[in-house]
Design a protein around this ligand. Structure first.
Ligand code: MSP
Length: 517
């Protein structure tokens, strides 16, 4: 059994969860569930980024203390993740005492192992509170940060601790070019190589103007204690979640996978490995960078004002349908769009008409022609064709080519289309009507093949739609939990004797009154 420690970005605690946050958590959840089914020892960690100027500002605007703000927001995020069936094993909050001690320990290790890596410097620059970072001229248009055009850039003059990021340029270039799997997909790796070509500047590691954060472990030479720059507090959450610096942390660390969005690639594939290298702590194995979910071409975020009601997105067709739609529609390696029209189209064509219809027709025929008991049948052309999709599904999910979740789903639905086609071609109702021995033997073969075809889909869909896949599995009469099925034995799946029960429609067709929006 291999260990598989995966994390997502920790979300800023300055607003409600939105579809972009949800997309990332759902994608990582599908990966976590897939690896659990493979038999790996998965630990899946998500959480909240609760310090920093942005959170403190929001709390002040709302007339709350920062702690009240983050406690309330953490509850709302956790309720959202529960509603979306996110199977995280841990929920990190950067205000946890243990995390704060771990961050300080990490910084102290850098001071011990590479004392020159931190130095004091006076600095001036334009700071974007939205990004929580200083912005170079190239990322400023009309005096605004390109990512947060509704925020005003702050001119900041301070004396801070600086981290000597520039020292790690060669190391990072080797890491990203030689360890090809460290940063994926390739488009994101190329972006970081281009950034390295421009040269790295040292970055400030502490702030004097506000105190909502972890105190930097070492005072400035004038005796002033500063607050840790929020990214230096946030990135180490992946490490402190394992209990760092206490020795057993190595049982879980290093992480096998960090799943993050494209806007924070630089922090994860440049700053984070440099910090770990400076502290002489093992690097994570891979950073997977997903794209953005846009709405009519615009990005969702608190500052852009582009909104979608999350409760509605869940309640219209259910959490599993939302999970499916997002991961099928928005490629996990690039950007994509959310629209209600596309959601409805996919819901009707993929879920209701293709998968839902196939399963209800086939279970109804097993009930009608075989008294509800799946007959024996041997592997045929359907199993052989499905096997090819199965192999491609795994190649898209197992990390060997990255995490191409949309492709994996494409291959599951190729099996559903094949099943529907096979129903049309083999006409089980005509075989039953003919009623002779040969037709009846053929009918049994056909229905058994169809149940095997649908049962495989139920298993493959579990990472994406955990509740619907269980309901499907149960309706086929599959034994136990779909989640405890083993991929390895799927090719040999024997469905003989399963008792089907048609039950309620898995995906009731969306009515006209629900359309639009
Ligand atoms: N707090 C930092 C991350 C620290 S990780 C050590 C942060 N928070 S965030 O709330 O702004 O974003 C959290 C995650 O959601 C990021 O990976 C970000 O890329 C992702 N998304 C935010 N909006 C998104 C979309 N519209 N679409 C897809 N993901 C996006 O950054």
């Amino acid at each position: 059994m291999s260990k598989f420690y995966l994390t997502t970005a920790i979300d800023y605690a300055n607003g409600d969860p939105h579809i972009g946050h949800a997309y990332e958590k759902i994608g990582a959840d599908a990966i976590a569930r897939y690896f659990r089914m493979r038999g790996d020892e998965v630990h899946f960690c998500i959480g909240m980024d609760e310090h920093g100027q942005k959170v403190a500002q929001t709390a002040a605007e709302l007339g709350r203390t920062p702690q009240e703000q983050v406690d309330e927001v953490a509850e709302r995020f956790q309720a959202m993740w529960a509603a979306l069936n996110i199977s995280n094993d841990q929920f990190m909050r950067t205000t946890d005492r243990q995390h704060k001690a771990g961050v300080r320990a990490l910084i102290k290790r850098i001071f011990d192992n590479n004392p020159d890596d931190f130095y004091e410097k006076s600095y001036e620059g334009r700071y974007c509170v939205g990004c929580e970072s200083f912005k170079p001229d190239s990322e400023i248009v009309d005096d605004k940060c390109v990512l947060h055009p509704t925020r005003t850039l702050e001119w900041v003059t301070e004396r801070n601790w600086f981290f000597r990021l520039s020292k790690y340029e060669g190391f990072l270039r080797r890491l990203i070019t030689e360890r090809k799997e460290f940063l994926r997909p390739d488009s994101r790796r190329n972006e970081m190589l281009a950034l390295l070509d421009q040269g790295l500047e040292d970055i400030s590691a502490s702030r004097s103007r506000f105190t909502w954060g972890v105190p930097f472990p070492s005072p400035l030479s004038n005796g002033e204690t500063q607050t840790m720059y929020v990214w230096f507090d946030a990135l180490p959450n992946y490490l402190t979640a394992t209990g760092f610096p206490d020795a057993p942390y190595k049982e879980r660390w290093p992480a096998q996978l960090h799943v993050v969005g494209k806007d924070i690639n630089r922090f994860h594939s440049i700053v984070w490995p440099a910090l770990l290298q400076a502290a002489e702590v093992t690097l994570p194995e891979q950073v997977w960078v997903h794209g953005f979910v846009n709405f009519a071409g615009e990005r969702f975020s608190k500052s852009s004002g582009v909104k979608l009601d999350m409760q509605e997105a869940i309640s219209r067709y259910g959490a599993d349908a939302l999970r499916y739609f997002l991961l099928r529609e928005v490629p996990f390696d690039t950007d994509g769009n959310f629209s209600w029209e596309r959601f409805e189209e996919r819901y009707n064509s993929d879920l209701a008409n293709s998968l839902g219809n196939l399963s209800s027709r086939v279970t109804a025929m097993v009930e009608k022609f075989c008294a509800g008991v799946v007959p024996a049948g041997s592997a045929n052309e359907i199993d052989r064709a499905d096997a090819e999709d199965l192999a491609k599904y795994h190649a898209a999910m197992d990390g060997s080519r990255g995490y191409l979740l949309h492709e994996a789903l494409h291959h599951v639905f190729a099996c559903a289309y094949r099943g529907n086609e096979y129903v049309q071609l083999s006409k089980p109702w005509a075989l039953a009507k003919a009623g002779d021995d040969e037709s009846m033997a053929r009918l049994q073969q056909v229905l058994a093949a169809l149940i095997r075809n649908i049962a495989r889909q139920a298993v493959l869909l579990y990472p994406f739609m955990p509740l619907k896949s269980q309901a499907l599995w149960t309706s086929l009469g599959g034994p136990g939990q779909v989640s405890s099925q083993c991929f390895a034995s799927l090719a040999l799946l024997d469905v003989t004797g399963w008792k089907v029960s048609k039950g309620e429609s898995l995906f009731p067709k969306a009515g006209a009154e629900e359309s639009g929006g």
